[in-house]
Design a protein around this ligand. Sequence first.
Ligand code: ADP
Length: 227
Amino acid sequence: MRISITHWMRQKVVYTIELNKRQQKIIEIVKDNGPITGEQIADQLDLTRATLRPDLAILTMAGYLDARPRVGYFYTGKTGSQLLTEKIKKIKVAEFTSMPVVVQDSATVYEAICTMFLEDVGTLFIINKNGHLAGVASRKDLLRASMGKQEINSIPINIIMTRMPNITYCFKEDFLLDIAHILIRKQIDCLPVVKRSEDESGFDVVGRITKTNITKAFVELAHDELL
Ligand code: ADP
């Protein structure tokens, strides 16, 4: 069985899920005869129930089959692409977030550039003296600041950053697919992952989601044997 998924993040990518011959046969048997017990499936294939157990586990976990106690296996009717879509929609930000890199709003543009190189990130989050999210500085923000006549050693980062309330942020519980849509729509590379501060006066930065994290999620899905 070969299932193609297209149109992932506007680019055409073909993703394939291969079920082995025996697993395909099991699906056919359950489709035609379900609900059917593991024993009955094993009889039809001339195999023992024990031999079949890993295949049934895979097909159940992957969502092709469902099992009801004392009833047996039945076909869920979901195609590989439906199952993959369901899985993608369930991924949360928390599963793929990276460590945030923050600088104080009193830092200079020069210091911010040094931090960006040292920490090897493309976006910095700026925090105020309470430690709350105050701004975002991207590579081009820093490049732009460096092209002016002003001395980068003396310009504070908070002059050139994109500031609250114009920051787009997300929470650990958000769905990664929604964040992917936001990055595309707003044409930005990165979102801070935040949590409301205890005194509720601002947001603490607890993570970072970039296009790279989303690419990693995509690759991980492709390597996930159970879909
Ligand atoms: P670059 O500017 O290096 O291409 P981005 O596309 O991420 O990087 O940033 C574009 C602009 O959007 C920059 O001015 C940046 O400050 C701002 N920006 C980046 N991330 C965010 C965000 N999460 N919320 C609001 N503005 C952002």
